[in-house]
Design a protein around this ligand. Structure first.
Ligand code: ADP
Length: 266
């Protein structure tokens, strides 16, 4: 809080009063500080792949390296991966800035969440992964109606499921569960992966926060997936959080308001 204190004198120069103006600058300062930190993070995140690309490309300007069939394709593939990661990063940043600026950004419609979620899990199950994984579905055989933007919610669940896959061990099981709790729809995605240290579990939803930076980069992460997920879920008046045990696994929990159910709808 900033306080300005003034003394008021009358014509005879005797004190006739005081004025105190209290200004709450802490909020303003915090926003400004967050903004600066964000810009610094973005610059750093963009500089890392650019520096990598620059050094690999420079190496390729050497004719021997360029013509070496054991090296050149590998170096090109590194620059390709870094380019792709940068594209993902810029796309994620655009998403966040749209969420920040446009309140009418969501196109909500009535959706049966159970069918919707089955389709998303189907898509993940069809993909082939390097590790051997199985999906378990605990979805009730009913219709649970929600009022959501399907594209945005797809993105949220994609981010959560791809994290579960990324951090799962060989032979791991990913469990997807939907239930109604306190009149809200609750979605849980659990994995048996590395887990997250207790003191960091709430921070993983912050922009650019990663438990293991090097590992996240290697897996192609941007550090923005869960920050985007949180903004999107909050824009739907829901909540998202994580519960985790190191070495045992992580559960991401999401709640969403249910639509009023007509009798016979379920
Ligand atoms: P990233 O692109 O790094 O995956 P996210 O915003 O999606 O960024 O996640 C932030 C961080 O949270 C990750 O870097 C990772 O440290 C941690 N994290 C997210 N999901 C899981 C999970 N299922 N198991 C363990 N750690 C996770």
């Amino acid at each position: 809080i900033k306080a300005t204190f003034s003394i008021i004198y009358d014509e005879t120069e005797t004190v006739s009063g005081f004025i105190t103006v209290l200004n709450d600058v802490t909020e303003e300062e915090k926003i400004e500080q967050d903004r600066r930190e964000f810009v610094a993070n973005v610059s750093h995140e963009l500089r890392t792949p650019l520096t990598t690309m620059s050094s690999y490309l420079e190496a390729l300007t050497d004719e021997d390296t360029l013509n070496n069939p054991d090296i050149a394709p590998k170096f090109l593939s590194v620059t390709q991966n870094e380019t792709e990661r940068m594209i993902r990063l810029v796309n994620d940043l655009l998403q966040l800035s749209k969420l920040d600026n446009d309140e009418n950004y969501l196109r909500k419609e009535k959706v049966n969440f159970i069918n919707f979620f089955h389709n998303i899990i189907d898509r993940f199950e069809m993909n082939k992964y390097e590790q051997d994984l199985s999906f378990v579905r605990r979805l009730p055989n009913k219709s649970y109606w929600v009022w959501i933007d399907k594209d945005k919610m797809t993105q949220v669940l994609d981010n959560v499921l791809s994290n579960a896959i990324k951090y799962s061990p060989e032979g791991g099981t990913i469990t997807c569960k939907v239930e109604i709790k306190n009149k809200m729809l609750q979605v849980n995605v659990s994995d048996q992966g590395v887990g997250i240290p207790k003191e960091q579990v709430d921070r993983i939803f912050d922009r650019f926060y990663r438990v293991d930076k090097a590992r996240s980069r290697k897996l192609g992460g941007t550090g923005l997936g869960l920050a985007i997920a949180r903004e999107m879920i909050e824009a739907h008046d829901g909540r998202i959080w994580a519960e985790s045990k190191e070495g045992k696994g992580t559960t991401i929990k999401i709640t969403l308001p249910m639509m009023h159910q007509k009798r016979g709808d379920a």
